[in-house]
Design a protein around this ligand. Structure first.
Ligand code: SF4
Length: 218
């Protein structure tokens, strides 16, 4: 993917959203880390760049997850839940995602987010969502050309809809075909959803398996 290097080098210098730039750069570190352990920039996507048939779109990096480790869905509890599910679905080499050098490899999957900077309380404004989607997610979808997208949560689905020019209605476990892409929907694997049982591991594995079968990932 020749575009990927250019994409990441431009993305990590983005400062279009002043509120999010301030938050990502100043959020206090967790006690077991120091401020210098933190990435504090827009968080790059990653995945099976040579065979990215499924695009997984989260909401945004977590303040102490991607904003610390510098890789999307890496280093926080949402990431561990997602990667247990990816591993069970045969789409990840390991059932965890803890750092950029953890050696994890994913298959057929490209992992990104609707908003690329950690927002306070995990809540981007509508303006921030639109700005980020228009500058980055739309570009990614055009270049990756996934056969399936898995939107994790309502805000992620809204971002995917903006990128595809469609108004999409969220329903966990369902899918809709838009512009030649099948968009699957799942609740986000946030602690609030997983600790309450709103999203169980098997539920997410089922959505991943549906997408895997649809795109024909071997
Ligand atoms: Fe740029 Fe997106 Fe971060 Fe806004 S959220 S500063 S558009 S990378």
């Amino acid at each position: 993917m020749d575009w990927y290097g250019e994409f990441v080098s431009k993305l990590i210098n983005c400062r279009l959203c002043p509120r999010l730039v301030n938050y990502r750069e100043t959020v206090p570190p967790l006690p077991k880390f120091s401020g210098s352990d933190y990435w504090r920039r827009p968080v790059p996507p990653w995945g099976d760049l040579g065979n990215a048939r499924i695009m997984i779109v989260g909401l945004a990096p977590a303040a102490h997850g991607g904003n610390r480790t510098g890789r999307m869905f890496t280093g926080d509890s949402s990431a561990q839940f997602l990667f247990r599910a990816l591993y069970e679905a045969g789409l990840s080499s390991k059932p965890f995602s803890i750092s950029r050098d953890d050696g994890v490899r994913v298959r057929c999957v490209y992992i990104t987010s609707a908003v690329k900077c950690a927002p306070p309380n995990n809540k981007p404004t509508q303006g921030e969502l639109s700005t980020c989607v228009e500058h980055w997610l739309r570009w990614e979808i055009e270049m990756v050309r996934p056969r399936a997208i898995i939107a994790l949560g309502r805000v992620a689905l809204e971002g995917v809809g903006k990128a595809l020019g469609a108004r999409l209605v969220f329903k966990h476990g369902s899918y809709v075909d838009v512009m030649g892409v099948r968009v699957f929907m799942s609740y986000h694997p946030s602690p609030r959803n997983t600790n309450t049982g709103k999203l169980r591991l098997g539920d997410l594995v089922n959505v991943l398996m549906m997408a895997k079968e649809y795109v024909g990932c071997p």
